[in-house]
Design a protein around this ligand. Structure first.
Ligand code: KDG
Ligand code: MG
Length: 405
């Protein structure tokens, strides 16, 4: 079997997605997700100009060699653009291998470790009351784990809270420039403990609660937050602080037993190596699309497993159903799977473009057996939803200082 063509598609069925289709001379094709929000076209150029010409005529079964060729074989390693491009090719090759073997990808990874994938859902509200109303509704639907985010009084926009500002956060407009939002650590601290105190009172002790700080705190502030939230026993506190300097997580760890999660923006194992090796985190949140595909995520998962770190793959709406499918296969196999983030299976437009074989019931995702990844991409449907340039907002402190997104 040989790779005969590789096509790249950019579509916007609600938000932008970059999808790769690797076609073989035997008629089998595979698909991969290369979406890098706000930098979509950079990945398209990387694929079309620099990667695809090197792959035509190669054996698609040589997944590991192609991964190493694209990663180790080039002068410029890593980086989000490069790794999203490698990731999409890698997912498509696993899809092809599964289809050729007539097996789902999880069987190629080592088979099932569990029957279903536990999900955490989002409850995000314009007030604590609103957040807890939403959380209670999710609990009634059967979700066993819920992320709580609430608007911060005194700030015009809060991370994770869409409300009627959905278009503001979710990149759906055709904006010339990124919108800006304000952050205040002091105002955040005036709200956050109450959210979890009232959350526990209302939702009880049997539900897992989570929270995403989205890197807005310094390490010592994150340590303070961890201590503050200890009585409410979170499943994890996510992105409590930036860890570009991985040693900064030692500061948080020295002060609190709150479980820590990080990694949705990481592009390689090197960004989380020290955090995992020194057991400074409890959950690694790398995504197949952004960390180099199934091949790379499998390696991170195994490395994490020997250090008692579980996986909790990123599941935001800017990852396409192709990435979600890749995660489903890894999650079903991984001995150290923790939990999968879940925001729903999207709108009608998204379902028009991507078809899949997974479903959700009682807070768990399952999928029926299908060869390969089990997702498909409809080129004609995608053509109805053209790309729109979009950005995430930029965060600033109240005095105007640019802050962490
Ligand atoms: O587009 C940005 C999102 O991927 C991000 O804000 C989502 O932090 C996120 C999460 O935990 O899902
Ligand atoms: Mg996050």
């Amino acid at each position: 079997m040989k790779i005969s063509a590789i096509k790249v598609f950019v579509c916007n069925p609600g938000r932008n997605f970059v999808t790769v289709k690797v076609i073989t001379d035997e008629g089998i094709y595979g698909i991969g997700d290369a979406t890098l929000n706000g930098r979509e076209m950079a990945v398209v150029t990387c694929l079309e100009e620099h990667i695809i010409p090197c792959l035509i005529g190669r054996d698609p079964h040589a997944i590991e060699d192609i991964w190493q060729y694209l990663y180790r074989g080039v002068y410029w390693r890593k980086g989000p653009v490069n790794m999203a491009a490698i990731a999409a090719i890698d997912m498509a090759l696993w899809d092809i291998k599964g289809k050729a073997a007539n097996l789902p990808v999880y069987q190629l990874l080592g088979g099932k470790s569990r029957t279903g994938v536990t999900l955490y859902a989002h409850a995000s509200g314009s007030s604590i009351e609103d957040t807890l109303d939403k959380a209670e509704a999710l609990q009634q639907q059967g979700f066993k784990a819920i992320r709580l985010q609430s608007a911060i009084p005194g700030l015009n926009v809060t991370y994770g809270v869409l409300g009627d500002k959905k278009d503001y956060f979710e990149l759906q407009g055709n904006r010339p420039l990124p919108p800006e939002e304000t952050w205040s650590t002091q105002k955040y601290f005036s709200m956050i403990e109450d959210l979890f105190k009232r959350g526990r009172q209302r939702l009880g002790n049997h539900i897992h609660l989570l929270h995403d700080v989205h890197s807005r705190l310094t390490p010592i502030e994150a340590a303070r937050l961890g201590k503050l939230l200890e009585p409410y026993h979170l499943l994890f506190l996510e992105d409590a602080a930036i860890a570009e300097n991985q040693a900064s997580y030692e500061v948080i760890r020295q002060h609190t037993t709150v479980p820590l999660a990080i990694g949705e923006t990481y592009n390689s194992i090197w960004e989380c190596k020290d955090l995992i090796e020194n057991q400074l985190i409890d959950y690694i949140r790398t995504a197949a699309t952004h960390a180099g595909g199934i091949t790379a995520l499998r390696r991170i998962t195994d490395f994490a497993s020997i250090h008692n770190v579980k996986t909790a793959p990123h599941g935001a709406p800017d990852l396409s159903p192709v990435c979600f499918a890749a995660h489903m296969h890894i999650n079903i196999w991984a001995p150290n799977f923790g939990i999968q983030e879940f925001v729903g299976f999207g709108n009608d437009k998204l379902n028009d473009v991507f078809s899949h074989n997974f479903s959700v019931s009682n807070g768990m995702a399952t999928m029926t057996d299908a060869p390969g990844l089990g997702v498909d991409f409809d080129e004609e449907a995608a053509a109805k939803y053209p790309y729109k340039r979009s950005y995430l907002p930029v965060s600033r402190l109240e005095d105007g200082t640019a802050w962490h997104w």
